[in-house]
Design a protein around this ligand. Structure first.
Ligand code: ATP
Ligand code: MG
Length: 565
């Protein structure tokens, strides 16, 4: 410890909101060089190398081959794929001395496609999966949370080249399975979340989400295995009927222009009311979209349906003949398209605005009192909505995206003319998949899931060191030799050990040991040693036990080794 370059901080750094950011800084594992740029100090680097080793082993198992391409990428390739113009300001661009365009790779589809396009010629050579572990560059709009969202970060990126869809599916499934194992072996609880569904119902992209309250993504999941991003999940919510006996009735609701007010006026849950939103679609069409009262219009789904739409301004409402707070499906003015959420299809008694100031309808029935132009999936799924697979109520969670697998198809191979000869001698574009793991973000996610108020609680699998030996008095002629000998025995057993040989007070040593969070601490104090013992503390649980000096090294080796990744 006296030699270790791990400058710890006593105070919480002001800029660090997330536990992982704060603790990695405080434990002397990372330092900020500039916004979104971090140096990995020795302890972080040891953990990162362990994560990388897990990745390498899993890639080896499925026959993916490691290699390395330049970070610097010629602009020409990005022009060929069309991404030079499409990527926007996140792409770090530059010119060389001959004024040629380059970028620092944020991902490397172009480089790998270019690499194989003239050399993989026949279907007989396929499939091939290549990967690298390398720094990536993205000039993020808001770099933040330490390693979570950097402008330079470590990624493992893999690219598969296949002759057929079946082969692509196989490569994709293998990567997906490997990604689940990698997360687990790194000590991360992660959910595979479908990011994109294919036409035939299978998934074509899955994100692995590390569960953490600090995660940017809102998720829903179910014990049956279903998990989805709230923003992207297809959903039908359960809805209750409104008040009344099912006959259309106009009710005077003075000044009640919000769902909350209407629901409480009728003494009904918000779910029993219908929320109407007036918007203008990209093509200029006026639309009234109706969703269950307790749900919101989902941005992503709305954009899919209406293009670059906007909600009507007060002026636009007036022009359309609509009244804010009292919009509804019955008696809609001319030239308004009515789009309703699919989950309302079965409901026959709607409580909704009456298109008249200060009035609502109860008992409005689609098909009888109004015609719906289109039923569509419009809302974001909520915790408690029925699981689309099994119907049980969904649970909510937040997640950090640590990795993603993706079937690209022929997007890049077609754009870049990367073809091979198929069985019938025809030129065909490769079917590609790409597979990325945020290595440095994974490290942050581990810390996010394994910490307490005193510091990090490393799982053995990715801990910088496995055991810390803490002699309480390094000058003591009994304590020090025993500590040294235990450390040596551990080293001989192949355990990664750090010894706190500093002339610090016990309190300081304990605090640092907990902050850095190596999985096991062996505390060597005078009193216990008199009885032939040392104290073993399990960092994650706080459990302490006195263990005979002669047994401690072998006992720890037995505990540590099976927990390795
Ligand atoms: P995000 O949605 O978080 O911006 P992304 O979907 O754009 O990420 P991908 O292109 O899928 O990221 O990259 C693969 C992996 O690289 C991600 O799953 C994530 O773990 C990691 N990653 C992406 N951007 C960053 C970043 N700015 N800092 C650290 N890791 C990142
Ligand atoms: Mg992603």
């Amino acid at each position: 410890m006296s030699r270790l370059y791990a400058p710890t901080l006593k105070e919480d750094p002001a800029e660090a909101e997330l536990a992982s950011h704060r603790l990695l800084l405080r434990a002397g594992m990372i330092r900020r060089t500039a916004s979104g740029l971090y140096s990995y100090l020795p302890l972080a680097w040891r953990s990162l190398r362990k994560i990388e080793e897990v990745i390498r082993e899993e890639m080896e198992t499925i026959g993916a081959q490691e290699m390395l391409v330049p970070m610097l990428t010629p602009g020409e390739l990005w022009h060929e794929s069309g991404r030079w113009d499409a990527y926007g300001p996140e792409l770090m661009r530059m010119h060389d001395r001959h004024d040629r365009e380059f970028c620092l790779g944020p991902t490397h589809e172009e480089t790998f496609t270019d690499l194989v396009r003239n050399e993989l010629r026949s279907y007989k050579q396929l499939p091939v999966t290549l990967y690298q572990i390398q720094d990536k560059f993205r000039d993020e709009l808001r770099p933040r949370f330490g390693l979570m969202r950097g402008r330079e970060f470590i990624m493992k990126d893999a690219y598969s080249f296949s002759a057929t869809q079946e082969s692509l599916q196989e490569c994709y499934d293998q990567q997906k399975a490997a990604y689940a194992r990698i997360a687990e072996r790194c000590g991360i609880r992660a959910l595979p979340v479908v990011a994109d569904s294919g036409q035939i119902g299978g998934d074509t992209s899955v994100e692995f989400m590390a569960l953490a309250d600090a995660g940017e993504a809102a998720l829903v999941w179910c014990d049956c295995g279903f998990a989805a991003d709230v923003e992207a999940a297809a959903t039908t919510v359960s809805v209750t009927e409104g008040p009344g006996d099912g006959t259309l009735e106009k009710v005077y609701t003075p000044g009640l222009g919000t769902i909350e007010a209407v629901a409480s006026f009728f003494g009904f849950p918000e779910n029993g009311t219908r929320k109407s939103l007036a918007l203008i679609a990209e093509d200029g069409t006026r639309v009234v979209a109706i969703v269950p009262g307790d749900h919101e219009l989902n941005e992503i789904k709305a954009v899919r349906l209406f293009g670059d739409y906007h909600l009507m301004s007060d002026e636009e409402l007036e022009e359309a003949g609509l009244h804010k707070g009292f919009i509804g499906p019955v008696n809609l003015p001319q030239n308004i398209r009515l789009v309703c959420d699919e989950s309302l299809k079965a409901s026959k008694s709607w409580t909704c605005g009456a298109n008249e100031v200060d009035y609502h309808f109860t008992g409005a029935c689609p098909g009888r009192d109004f015609e719906v132009d289109e039923w569509a999936d419009l809302v974001s799924v909520h915790e408690g909505d029925p699981c689309p697979h099994c119907g049980k109520p969904l649970k909510g969670a937040r997640g950090i995206e640590i990795s993603q697998v993706f079937q690209l198809g022929t997007k890049y191979s077609e754009a870049m003319g990367a073809t091979f000869m198929d069985e019938d001698g025809r030129e065909r574009p490769f079917l590609m998949g790409c597979y990325g793991i945020g290595v440095s973000r994974t490290l942050a996610a581990v810390v996010e899931q394994h910490n307490d108020e005193h510091g990090i609680c490393w799982p053995v699998c990715v801990a910088p060191y496995e055991v810390e030996v803490v002699p309480l008095d390094v000058h003591d002629e009994v304590v020090w030799p025993i500590a040294e000998s235990i450390a040596q025995q551990l080293v001989d057993l192949g355990i990664e050990v750090v010894v706190d040989d500093r002339k610090e007070r016990p309190g300081v040593k304990f605090a640092d040991a907990d902050l850095m969070g190596f999985p096991y601490q062996i505390v060597c104090g005078k009193k216990a040693i008199k009885n032939g013992n040392v104290e073993v503390k399990v960092r994650a649980t706080g459990e302490r036990n006195e263990v005979p000096i002669s047994e401690v090294a072998s006992m720890l080796a037995e505990m540590v080794i099976p927990q390795r990744a």
